[in-house]
Each structure stands twice: as C-alpha cells, then as structure tokens.
Design a binder for this molecule. Structure first.
Ligand code: C2O
Ligand code: CU
Length: 470
C-alpha cells in the first residue's frame, strides 16, 4: 500500500497544440486539426519497484489538455497502437452521433478515426475518455482520460476569474496497485488517491485566488470534499466558491464548505489563499460516504502549500455573484413527455429498467425524444435493502437542469440549482428529476451510470433523438 502523502508536486498536464488548421474562405470558419496516439508507457509511481505501465493519449496520463476557443471547430485524429479496442467520447460536447464515442464504434489496433467536434457551446470544462463496450473501466483506469476546455475570450474578460497559471485542472482518481507496482484490476474503489495521476500531491500556491477545475475521473469512487487546515486541531471546514460545473459557469457563484464530486462530474471552484499565507491546507475526502470503501489515506486528496508572495494580481479581484444567464428548461414551451428510469441491480447485472447495453438494438433504446423538445427524466435509485450504491447518471448530447431530489438527501444542492449538468449524482434511495432539451441534433446516443464498473456491466442504454419534419 502506498501511503506516502504530499511527497511529490502536482503535475500539470501539457496543453496540446493543433498540428495544422484550415480557414474556410467561404465563411471564415476555422477548423483545427489535432493528433492523438494511444500508446502504452511507463511511469515511476513507487520509488523502489518497477515502473508502472499506463495507457495514455500521446503517452500521457492524464492525456494532454485541449484548450479550444468557442466557435473554432476541431478534428481530432486518434490512432490506436495498443491491443485494446478504443472509442473516444468527448464528455460534455454536443457532438454529432457518429463522433460521440458510441461504445461499439471502436478503433482497433493500428487503425485511426477522425472525430469532429463543433465546439459551439459556451465556455466549459469537458473531458475526453475511452468508451469501448465492456472495456471502459479497464481503459480509463489505465490512464485514457484527459481535459478539454472550451474557452470564450469575451466571457473570460468579463468575469475576470483567475486565468493562466492560476487556473489549474485537478483530475481526481482512486486506484489500486498490485505488489509489483502495476495497476490492479479496477474492481475496487482504490486505496490510492491521485490527482493528475500523482498519488496525494502537493501544490505550492501564492497567497491569492486560484481557479481549480475539478474532475472526478475515477472509475468507481465518489468524493465528498472539504478544505481544512489540519495543523489547527479546532479547525472547521473552510469556505470556497463554486463558479462552474459540467456545463460551464453557474448562474451565480455559490459559497460552500463541502462539495460532492461524483464520477465524471466537474466543478470549478475558486479558493482564496490570501488569509492562509504560510499554511498548508488539505483537500479532504469524507469517510463513510455512501458505501465508498475507506482505506488509511483515502480521507485525503492533496495539499496546498500557501506562500507569502503574489506575483500577479490578474484575476485576483472579487468573484462576481452574477455569472451567466442559464437556460431554464421549465419555461420551455414544449415540455413533451416524462420518462422514468430505475437504475438497479437485476438478474445479477446493473441495469436500467431491467435493460442493459448488451441487449442490443432496438431493446436498449429506451427513449425517443423528438429533436428540440424538452423531456422530463425521473432517475430512480431504489434502496430496497439488497444493494447500496450511488449512481452518477450521465446523459450524452444534452445539458440538463436538476429539478428535484426526493429521498436520501432530499434536496438539490445550491451549486446544482445554479448549474446545468450532464451528470447527476443519485445516492441510494434518491429519485432525481431532470429536464433537458434534446437538441441540437438527432441521432442515437448513450446514457448510463458513470461508475464504470456499473456501466460496463451493463448499466447503459440508448435514446434516439428523432428528427422533426421541417
Ligand atoms: Cu463520460 Cu458516456 O461518458
Ligand atoms: Cu451505478
């Protein structure tokens, strides 16, 4: 067991540059062309034993970060050089169906696929990861995930939040390694907490504001996070400000002392380190949280070491209360139908209304929303005493508004209320209602639990956004 906490600095994933770009002379539209190669590589995680084998986009884990500008399209060529089949999903993008990482549309060894991403959405933190049927957990656990940021320069200038070196991605993960230092089969919640693929890192920060884009990239573990000064034994959790979620900026910034980060959820937070200069703050994870397995150090995530100087005041002003205008789907004129989906164990598998992805077409197609209509989805996590497992439920293509949560916590957290989301954390015993507009495209898309062990076995289904006659 690796328990050496706060021994190494947080690595920041490199930013990928396009290999070329094209300007369409008719409409001035720019398309950037990027290349990713899926390869295996080694990294020393444990100092004294063999290096660990990872699989990564361009031989990196996490993969390189994309920073694209809203309105600039991207074509990403993904070449697979390893034996496992691959499918790449850009999570949070309204990609057209053939480029959405359909679990059966795989890239085999030696092949490549070009993915087209429109990048027309508002500024947001997306991520890309493998989505191959039955293999997603294995592939993601070996390192196949990375950040993809859509930036909107006008919005960045307006909100003036911390940028550049003060805007840092944190990809949280939880892994298990075997005695030889290799990544163990991902059937446990993991006893090693990693951020940007480094076990329990520390980060030196200046005494000013930082923006952290947190992603829970772990296959199986959900986190409940707090920020504390562990040297102060009387300390209570410290306040931080939530400014963004899965689908970009919140309508208003929300101050909190605790946040739940289910698998695949993203929350962007601003921490003001000014009042903590010279201190070490720990990002902590709750114990005994919804059945997550606890190990000696899984209550810690990373440490911030606060310095005594600040080199720049850029983006260090007050975080605005009002951020952006979010679409309210309850005001939409065409709320169409209501679907109810029970995420539950049945027939020895994780299923949705008794159906799994391997049931094939058309069996696994559980909804046919008309393109451009608003649908109400009720997501049920029954807690009848047989199983106790949270389900972070993700719907492709859409952003949704979380309307209500009944049972369990019984509330929609303030940071969820002021967000649009593409994953909602549904704890045991909870029923969550969401509203989504099934736009802009028609086509076949997946929805599933983002606990990757559940997804692979077989808690995933499809919806067919059907085209409306024009
Ligand atoms: Cu993050 Cu269907 O995936
Ligand atoms: Cu699940």
């Amino acid at each position: 067991v690796y328990t050496n906490t706060f021994a190494a600095e947080l690595p920041i994933p490199t930013v990928i540059k396009p290999s070329t770009s094209y300007t369409n002379t008719e409409n001035g539209r720019i398309t950037e062309f990027y290349e990713l190669e899926i390869k295996s590589f080694e990294r020393q995680i444990y100092p004294d034993i063999k290096a660990t084998t990872f699989w990564g986009y361009n031989g990196l884990a996490p993969g390189p970060t994309f920073k694209v500008t809203k309105g600039v399209e991207a074509v990403v060529r993904v070449k697979n050089t390893i034996e496992q089949e691959q499918s790449v999903h850009l999570h949070g993008s309204f990609s057209r169906s053939p480029f959405d990482g359909w679990a059966l549309d795989t890239i085999k060894t030696g092949e490549y696929k070009d993915y087209y991403y429109p990048n027309q959405q508002n500024a947001r933190t997306l991520w890309y990861h493998d989505h191959a049927e039955g293999k997603t957990q294995l592939n993601v656990n070996h390192g196949l995930a990375g950040m993809y940021l859509i930036e909107d320069p006008a919005m960045s200038a307006k909100l003036a939040l911390p940028q550049g070196n003060y805007d840092i991605p944190l990809v949280l993960d939880s892994k298990q390694f075997d005695a030889g230092g290799q990544i163990a089969p991902p059937n446990l919640h993991g006893d090693v907490i990693m951020v940007n693929a480094q076990p329990w890192p520390f980060l030196n920060v200046e005494n000013r504001k930082y923006r952290f884009r947190m992603l829970n990239g772990s296959p199986a573990r959900g986190f409940k996070l707090t920020l504390v000064d562990e040297a102060d034994t009387t300390a209570t959790a410290l306040e931080f400000t939530v400014v963004g979620s899965d689908s970009g900026f919140l309508s208003e910034s929300v101050k909190t002392k605790e946040i739940i980060l289910g698998q695949a959820e993203r929350y962007e937070i601003v921490i003001d380190f000014e009042q903590y200069e010279g201190k070490n703050l720990t990002l902590k994870n709750a114990r005994d949280f919804n059945g997550e397995e606890d190990y000696p150090q899984t209550d810690k995530v990373m440490q911030f070491r606060v310095g005594t100087t600040t080199t720049s005041q850029d983006g260090n002003g007050a975080v605005p209360l009002k951020l952006v205008d979010l679409e309210k789907f309850e005001d939409h004129p065409t709320v169409d139908q209501t679907y109810t989906f029970a995420f539950d164990l049945a027939k020895g598998k994780w299923l949705i209304n008794g159906v799994g992805f391997s049931d094939g077409n058309p069996g696994r197609v559980l909804a046919s929303p008309k393109q451009g209509t608003v649908q109400r989805w009720k997501i049920v996590n029954p807690n009848d005493g047989r199983v106790f497992a949270p389900h972070p439920v993700h719907v492709h293509l859409v952003d949704f508004q979380v309307m209500s949560r009944v049972g369990g916590r019984g509330v929609v957290a303030e940071y969820e209320q002021k967000s649009l989301k593409d994953v909602v954390y549904v704890a045991p015993g909870e029923t969550v209602e969401v509203l989504a507009n099934f736009a802009p495209w028609s086509g076949l898309y997946m929805f599933h639990c983002h606990n990757l062990g559940h997804e692979d076995n077989d808690m995933m289904a499809a919806f067919d956004a059907t085209q409306v006659d024009l």
